[in-house]
Ligand binder design. Sequence first.
Ligand code: URA
Length: 248
Amino acid sequence: MRLDKFICKSTELSRAEATRRILAGEVIVNDKIIVDEITQVHEDNVITMGGERLKARPFRYLLMHKPANTICSNTDGDYPSLFNLFAMQASARQDQTIDKLDELHIAGRLDVDTTGLVLITDDGRWTYNITRPDKACNKVYRVGLSYGIADDKAEELVAWFKQGIQLQGEQQLTLPALLEVLPSQKNESKEVLLTITEGKYHQVKRMFAAVGNRVISLHREKIGEVQLDVEEGQWRYLSEDEVASLSR
Ligand code: URA
């Protein structure tokens, strides 16, 4: 990671303060004074500032149950920020995670009206594993639809999603998606589970629009093997196994 980021992760300093200390020649990496804040360093390097050895804090990995009408951004906008909700809860239980909130980001944002599982971290490399389509990390959505899918049309639709959908304005088909039409009392279903590995803008809504339907509710239940298991608006730390399962 960059030297200024390393200093932020190992001290209480902001990025600007870290840069100032680097430029002042106070930071030594493996016996050499480094005055360029973008220098790449590794956690195993011996890094000192003002003669004191620095150790990076461990990364943070959390999951949160996003309520509707919140935005996946660090600040409030037209709707309250999910981070502020998280910060209020963390401060209420005097949790250290609240420190350096601006270093946290969401690994795969959800729309304002979408509910469900969001992963929050300060580990950019880990996020990359989750969000890059070529890493093929499954995201499972429970989708409510305007128009029912007739039982005798379900198989055809499943095959269409598997083959890839042509989204408006995109050159390429979506990657194969797994559609499960959930059973209903009548002869048609308005609820499905959809598993995708990409995260294009409004992807699920656009996929259903492309097949002549409309999403009226959207809820993310699972990312990789990590299942949503906290109440709406609540959060918890991920276990080591959960973190590792998304690191592959
Ligand atoms: N697809 C969407 O259309 N919206 C989301 O929030 C997530 C996936």
